[in-house]
Structures are given as structure tokens and as C-alpha cells.
Write a protein that binds this ligand. Structure first.
Ligand code: NAD
Length: 335
């Protein structure tokens, strides 16, 4: 089995590449990544010499290069490649449209032309918009994206759906809640808070800190995608989430407590425009139909994550220089 994983140098993609290579001793994994600011081959040093692993630096919007990859033989595509940061989508939406919509369509075309047996689109609960205090997103919830990021993910999802309806392609879309765990780029909430707290830097928290996200440990996301890729019913959407709704401020305080740091580091900053209030996922379908169950409770997962960031400080400290530093200062300096 030859599995083409796009965005495999990013946070979830790199965890998934390692997961597949460990679990399936006969699979070949082709990692395709443009290595944007978010792509980091250091995530994959443990597998780089594995003969069943290959890496190609290719932009998924590059039709010719993508065709060239498929010519080498591909059975399954799992598409993680995306611009993924909501704040960046607010300041620079166009690259989100390009990668997340056009890139998905280029991959779909190649998958169709080369008769790939399954295409899995890794999407997000953010396409459903925002919830009030009650209720959960199901697969039937109408899409109502509010940020340029979620709009572009929804656009990609619609193309995936259309290639199933129009050309009969065997596709699945997964919509997962917020992930956390090893190798997450330190612009995202949990690694940002861990890194800043360790350095006794202020911890920027948007608005009143009461926005709610539903958190899932990255390995549980990988196990869910594994099931969908092998057993997902063609054309179906599967929500993925672990019933771990937490306010942002709760997350921040939990991390401070575990690191033995003071809450005086918390600094409330001007809210993100269009900031969705609450996400909550109903994952009954994947649990019932495919037998998926998350292995991690939030309290265990967050401990493991903090431990990983403590043990791998070189990894994130290297990222925190250069371009990232400039971005960080622009994002939080003017409040
Ligand atoms: P990430 O930003 O860490 O990684 C994205 C990867 O895609 C990077 O390695 C980057 O170099 C690559 N990439 C970007 N543009 C590309 C292009 N044009 N061609 C090829 N590669 C390109 O993102 P992540 O957090 O690992 O998310 C992966 C996927 O999962 C995304 O599609 C995202 O929408 C989805 N998702 C993420 C979360 C989450 O909480 N992080 C939750 C649900 C769904």
C-alpha cells in the first residue's frame, strides 16, 4: 500500500506519518510538503532513514509536480496540507484560498486521473461556525464558516464532496476539533502558553478568555483518520472529537499550575475579529460506525504534552527565532 500524505511535515501530518509507519510494516508513506513556515522536517528525524518513507518538497497547487508524484504510484491520499492558522488568515487570506481550495482541487484531479482508491480530506470543526452555550456540531450541521481559514477549509471540503457526487470518487471528509500534542507549532494556543510560561513571558489571552474549544490529543486524531482511511463509507463525513470542551482560560491556568508558574503572567489582549465563541463536536457517528474511541483524557494528554515541550526545548526554541519572532511581535505588540 502506497499512502501519499500531504502536509506531512506539519504538526498533525508528521504525527500521522510516524503513526502509519509504526503501525503498518508493509506500507510505504510518501510525504509531500511545500515546507512553508509551518513545515519542519526535524519532526521526522526518527523515520527519515526508513526505506518505506520518502519525502518530496512539492507545493500541492503545482499541477505538474503533483502529477509527477502520482506517476510513481499512489493507492491512498490523506490531505493534511493547508494554511492552518486563523490569525494569519485574517491578515493574509489569499494564500488560504490558494492552498486550501485550489491545492485540494489539484490533488483531487490527480487522484481521479490516476485512479486512486481513496481520498481522505482532513478538515476541521471550524467549518460549522460557532455554537451558543448548548448543542453540538453533527455531520448534518450546515457549514457556516466565519474566518478566512474556515471558509477556505469549507471550500476544499465542497470540492471533495463534488468529486464524489460528480465523478464517483471514493472520498471521506473528517472534521476534527482542536488538536494538541507533540510537534505543534508554537503559534497555537497550548505550545505558545507552555513556551511563554517557561520563559516567564506574558501569556496573551484573547478577549475574556471564555471561548470554548473541544480538545483532542493528536494521536487520537491519527487513530480516527486511520479508521476512516480503511473503513470509511464512500462519500461520508466523519466528525472527530473527544468531549473535552474547555475554556481558553482554563487551559492557560492548567498549564501554569502544572509548570508551577504564576497567573500574573496572564495578559488579556484585544479579541480576535470574528472570534467563534464555542465549538463542540458530536463524534457519535465515527464511534458507532467505525468503533473509534479516543485513548487520552484531556488531563493525561496535557501532562504528556507539557512533558514533551519540556524535553524538547531545542525544537521549539529554534522555531521561535527569525520569521516567527517577527510574526509574534506584529500579532501581539499593538494591543
Ligand atoms: P500545520 O500548519 O502544522 O501543517 C500544515 C503543513 O502543510 C505544513 O507542513 C506546511 O508546510 C504544509 N503546507 C502548507 N501549504 C502547502 C502547500 N501549498 N503545499 C504543500 N504543503 C503545504 O497544520 P496542522 O495543525 O498539522 O493541521 C493539518 C491539517 O489538519 C490541516 O488541514 C488543518 O486544517 C487540519 N486540522 C487541524 C486541527 C488542529 O487543531 N491543528 C484541527 C482540525 C483539523
Amino acid at each position: 500500500m502506497r499512502v501519499l500524505v500531504t502536509g506531512g511535515a506539519g504538526f498533525i501530518g508528521s504525527n500521522f506519518v510516524m503513526y502509519l509507519l509504526n503501525k503498518y510494516q508493509e506500507y510505504h508513506v510518501i510525504n509531500v510538503d511545500a515546507l512553508t513556515y509551518a513545515g519542519n522536517l526535524e519532526n521526522l528525524t526518527s523515520v527519515e532513514d526508513n526505506p518505506r518513507y520518502t519525502f518530496s518538497k512539492v507545493d500541492i497547487t503545482d499541477t505538474v509536480a503533483v502529477q509527477g508524484l502520482f506517476e510513481q504510484g499512489v493507492d491512498i491520499v490523506v490531505n493534511f496540507a493547508a494554511e492552518s492558522h486563523v490569525d494569519r488568515s485574517i491578515s493574509d487570506p489569499q494564500i488560504f484560498l490558494k492552498t486550501n481550495v485550489l491545492g485540494t482541487q489539484v490533488l483531487l484531479d490527480a487522484a481521479k486521473a490516476f485512479g486512486v482508491s481513496k481520498f481522505v480530506q482532513v478538515s476541521t470543526d471550524e467549518v460549522y461556525g460557532s455554537l451558543e452555550e448548548t448543542g453540538l456540531f453533527t455531520e448534518e450541521t450546515p457549514l457556516a464558516p466565519n474566518s478566512p481559514y474556515s471558509a477556505s477549509k469549507a471550500g476544499g471540503d465542497f470540492f471533495v464532496r463534488a468529486y464524489h457526487e460528480t465523478y464517483g470518487m471514493n472520498v471521506n471528509i473528517t472534521r476534527c476539533s482542536n488538536n494538541y500534542g507533540p510537534y505543534q507549532f508554537p503559534e497555537k494556543l497550548i505550545p505558545l502558553i507552555i513556551a511563554n510560561a517557561l520563559a516567564d513571558r506574558p501569556l496573551p489571552v484573547y478577549g475574556d478568555g471564555l471561548n470554548i474549544r473541544d480538545w483532542l490529543y493528536v494521536e487520537d486524531h491519527c487513530s480516527a483518520i486511520d479508521l476512516v482511511m480503511h473503513q470509511g463509507v464512500s462519500g461520508e463525513v466523519y466528525n472527530i472529537g473527544g468531549n473535552n470542551e474547555r475554556t481558553n482560560i482554563h487551559i492557560v491556568k492548567t498549564i501554569l499550575q502544572q509548570l508551577g508558574k504564576s497567573e500574573s503572567l496572564i495578559q488579556y489582549v484585544k479579541d480576535r475579529p470574528g472570534h467563534d465563541r464555542r465549538y463542540g463536536i458530536d463524534a457519535t457517528k465515527i464511534m458507532r460506525d467505525l468503533g473509534w474511541k479516543p485513548a487520552y483524557h484531556f488531563e493525561t494528554g496535557i501532562q504528556e504534552t507539557i512533558r514533551w515541550y519540556l524535553d524538547n526545548q531545542e525544537w521549539w526554541k529554534r522555531i521561535q527565532t527569525g520569521d516567527y519572532q517577527a510574526y509574534y511581535e506584529k500579532q501581539y505588540a499593538e494591543r
